[in-house]
Design a protein around this ligand. Structure first.
Ligand SMILES: Cc1cc2nc3c(=O)[nH]c(=O)nc-3n(C[C@H](O)[C@H](O)[C@H](O)COP(=O)(O)O)c2cc1C
Length: 331
């Protein structure tokens, strides 16, 4: 089989395919199966900043009598619960490291550079090879400027970089006014890679019961388009930017497209739930077969070949409107 090795944030991967953070990567047995199937690295299920905070405040707010009204007792119990949640996660990192040969990337879902950042050191000490920060701030305050919101991301990256030496990847959405400028700054603050893009838990409305619930948690292949566009543009603007492409990757062809656009690695999640971990081997074989038939001996031979700066007509990445298409279309 062709050589699928790639270097991502300084880590050596046997395949550019990474198992993205999800429920499956909270289970070491499942991750062992992913490794056997040929995955290049795994990103563990995230520990959530609010999971740590809310777990404690909830108990006190709901009036469970926890702490008996004594502030010292409350402080002690809060610290205990916090450390219990943390210990479980640290245990997951340690066990994954013990059982797996491939790089293990820990993940924190966060929205502030608060108290939790010291926890990153514990993840590093537990053996995590890197850390993915899934940062999302949903701006709903009309008086908060966009630069105030962006500064929170930079503050998080800066404070984490002060805690650890392992590489940091930042998983973001594409809802930024000027994504190239934002990603450039993330890198300047110390981010070693960006994950483009997170897919959110979205609300949906049931028009019969008049209730609000969750939309499908799984992606469709069509959702890969924004990732393809921005991977191509950002990789073209900065050839040294490590991009982990994510969302809507359901087959080997999608991976080849994202690598051609300039991604360094590609993450899978929904497809692992829908088709099982065996899909990883199938995808590796597809990439190898495609490389063979196009005469590429390594990933580096073709990675970024169709990025924004490598093609004759970069407008193809920039074009956002369908004027021509609709003006010619009759039916
Ligand atoms: C059940 C489930 C759980 C997830 N949990 C996390 C998580 O803990 N942290 C995270 O960063 N992303 C999480 N995600 C998002 C995935 O990592 C990924 O970004 C998203 O599903 C888009 O990729 P896909 O199209 O391959 O599914 C989760 C997704 C699913 C479906």
């Amino acid at each position: 089989m062709a050589n699928l090795k790639t270097t991502f944030m300084g880590l050596q991967l046997d395949s550019p395919i990474i198992a993205g953070s999800c429920g499956l990567t909270a289970d070491v047995e499942k991750m062992v199966k992913m490794e056997e199937a040929g995955v290049g690295a795994v990103i563990l299920k995230s520990i959530f900043e609010e999971q740590i905070n809310e777990e404690t405040t909830h108990l006190f707010k709901e009036g469970y009598g926890v702490g008996g009204g004594y502030p010292e007792a409350e402080d002690y119990i809060k610290a205990y619960i916090r450390s219990n949640t943390i210990q479980k996660y640290v245990g997951l990192v340690q066990e994954a490291k013990r059982r797996l040969r491939i790089p293990v990337i820990a993940s924190v879902n966060c929205f502030s550079g608060g108290e939790w950042v010291t926890f990153a050191k514990e993840l590093e000490e537990a053996g995590a090879d890197a850390l993915e920060l899934n940062v999302f701030i949903l701006p709903v305050n009309a008086f908060q400027s966009s630069s105030d919101v962006e500064n929170i991301y930079f503050e998080i990256v800066k404070s984490i970089k002060e805690q650890v030496k392992i590489p940091i990847m930042v998983k973001i959405s594409h809802f930024f006014t000027n994504l190239p400028a934002f990603v450039d700054k993330l890198k300047a603050y110390g981010a070693d890679a960006t994950t483009l893009f997170n897919r959110f838990y979205e609300p949906d409305i049931d028009i019969e019961s008049l209730t609000i619930g969750a939309a499908s948690v799984f992606s469709t292949p069509a959702e890969m388009r924004p990732t393809l566009r921005w991977t191509g543009i950002l990789a073209g603007k900065d050839k040294n930017l490590d991009i982990s492409a994510s969302t809507g990757v359901h087959d080997g062809a999608a991976i080849v497209k994202l690598l051609l656009a300039g991604a360094t690695t590609v993450q899978l999640c929904s497809v692992l739930y829908e088709r099982g971990v065996e899909v990883i081997g199938e995808m590796n074989r597809f990439i190898a077969g495609w490389m063979g038939s196009h005469g590429f001996a390594s990933i580096a031979d073709f990675q970024g070949r169709l990025s924004y700066s490598s093609i004759e007509n970069p407008d193809l990445y920039e074009r956002a409107q369908f004027i021509k298409y609709f003006s010619n279309k009759q039916d």
